[in-house]
Design a protein around this ligand. Structure first.
Ligand code: GDG
Length: 472
């Protein structure tokens, strides 16, 4: 029977070295949760990089065996691969381009070569495991060449691709010297998914203009088959967040945190360290709020969680320094002995504590400058069991297309965001409940399991449509 192979740059576990041995730490990320039921059933598997380099052949063999038990297969990357493919081409060329940060883009032919080489490594690993009629679902921008590489070796396989980050306008894509190869690579798939309609439109336009393949109403006509392109907004495991927020464990943490922090109104921000998330801009906003509304000093605090990420890439190092400086400045300017404007944490928290932060905060300030979807805002809404709370959400996050009951802001409009916070602070409980409960309804319905189901159903639909066209 045909099986399904999930492929992503990172496996849903992390491999850690400890005292000459290794151990696996499972990832509880949204994607892993959503795809759990898929890769764990039948003969299905997940193929990807375990997140660390392993040079020793014996250790590699052991890891392969252990991962096999977990229904996973590793692609081993060398230190050079990690530097040039992951930190290099993926995070210094594609990531800034796709988030409209063209000033950070690096055009390095060695990085490109590594990107091709590593996509080929993934292809080789998959081909070893795949049967000709399997379904292979490839995830994200690190593996854009993979669909076409697979198509050449497995012409009858069903191949799908989902991009988790935005797809920018043609004007940006055309800046990348290897744009044609990237687009043709993705077009090896039968189904191509994005979070939003706009991403999908940008992709279709770029394919038309760069490769010459025509695409209309969501279908691209390739040489010998049609390719479906559409938007599939990713959801969260709604009940997991709602249930955790209600749990005694989390509520005890909330009580403890609240005793420490006092009864101030709490603004919450949570992001991976990334320039696309607009973290410095948010500190400027908070500074302006405290300048313009002096009465709020001592009454409102911001909890700012920044999760370490990509800290070997230069632009991320500089960003970290900028945030440290800005937080230091605002705290030194306004702090009193019994109040701190910004509680800043540069680390990640266990799930129960994350849930406590969502549960205890009055306002979530989610203002990325660009974000494919953004799950943090959805998790905040799902954690509001009493329906009290306000979400301020950037128009530049994919999630804003669904969460229209948030206060939507342009993150570049500093005064606009200040006013949005002021509006949130003065919002009646009745209005808060109405907005939160409306958003909860839609998040419950379109959760991550529904997302997987709709995507998998569509794969079947596309295959049926292709078969119908070839039989005509
Ligand atoms: C990419 C796209 C798209 C955060 N802090 C802690 C913690 N987290 C978890 C959150 C959330 C996840 O990290 C962050 O997800 P986002 O969606 O906000 O952002 P990216 O990592 O940039 O993800 C994005 C996503 O892919 C999915 O397609 O939405 O646009 O950029 O789930 O809960 N988890 C724990 N402790 C923390 O301190 N345990």
């Amino acid at each position: 029977m045909a099986k399904t192979i999930i492929v992503s740059n990172r496996l849903p576990i992390s491999l850690r070295h400890r005292n000459g041995k290794f151990e696996f730490k499972p990832s509880a990320g949204g994607l892993a949760t959503g795809l759990d039921s898929i890769y764990k059933s039948g003969e299905n598997i997940w193929i990807g990089w375990p997140g660390n380099t392993v040079d020793d052949a014996e250790q590699r063999a052991e890891i392969i065996l252990e991962l096999h038990e977990l229904k996973m297969a590793p692609v081993f990357l060398s230190k050079k691969d990690v530097e040039q493919f992951y930190e290099g081409f993926s995070n210094e060329t594609l990531w800034p381009a796709f988030h409209y940060f063209t000033q950070y883009m690096v055009y390095n032919p060695d990085h490109w070569e590594a990107y091709v080489r590593v996509n080929q490594k993934f292809c080789d690993a998959i081909v070893k495991k795949a049967d000709p009629d399997d379904t292979i679902w490839v995830h994200d921008y690190q593996l854009m060449l993979l669909p076409q590489m697979l198509r050449e070796i497995l012409p009858d396989a069903t191949i799908a691709f989902f991009q988790h980050i935005p797809f920018p306008s043609y004007e940006i894509i055309r800046m990348i010297p290897w744009r044609r190869e990237l687009l043709e690579g993705v077009c090896g798939a039968d189904l191509i998914g994005f979070h939003t309609y706009d991403d999908m439109r940008h992709f279709l336009s770029a394919v038309g203009r760069i490769t010459g393949m025509s695409g209309e109403s969501g279908y691209i006509q390739a040489e010998n088959r049609i390719i479906n392109v559409d938007s599939f907004p990713m959801g969260i495991d709604y009940h997991k967040f709602a249930k955790q927020a209600k749990s005694r464990k989390t509520q005890n943490i909330v009580k403890d945190f609240r005793e420490k922090v006092g009864d101030q109104t709490l603004l919450l921000t949570i992001d991976r360290l990334d320039y696309s998330k607009g973290i410095p801009q948010r500190i400027h906003v908070f500074d302006q709020l405290l300048k313009q509304h002096k009465e709020l000093r001592g009454k409102v605090s911001m909890i700012m969680i920044v999760v370490p990420s990509r800290d070997r890439v230069q632009s991320y190092k500089e960003l970290k320094e900028e945030i440290d400086l800005l937080v230091g400045r605002i705290n030194s300017e306004y702090s009193t002995l019994d109040w701190v404007p910004v509680h800043y944490f540069y680390r990640s928290f266990p799930f129960e504590e994350l849930s406590a932060f969502y549960s205890m905060s009055d306002i979530a300030l989610v203002t990325p400058l660009r974000d494919g979807m953004n799950l943090v805002c959805k998790e905040f809404v799902a954690s509001k069991n009493d329906e009290k709370g306000v979400l301020i959400l950037s128009e530049m996050a994919g999630a804003s297309k669904e969460l229209q009951d948030a206060i939507l802001v342009n993150p570049n409009d500093r005064q606009g965001v200040v006013d949005a916070i002021y509006q949130a602070l003065s919002m009646s409980e009745e209005e808060q409940k109405l907005r939160i409960s409306t958003m909860q309804e839609s998040l419950k319905k379109y959760d991550v399991f529904q997302w997987v189901k709709v995507f998998m159903d569509r794969i079947e639909h596309v295959k049926a449509k292709q078969a119908e066209l070839t039989s005509k």
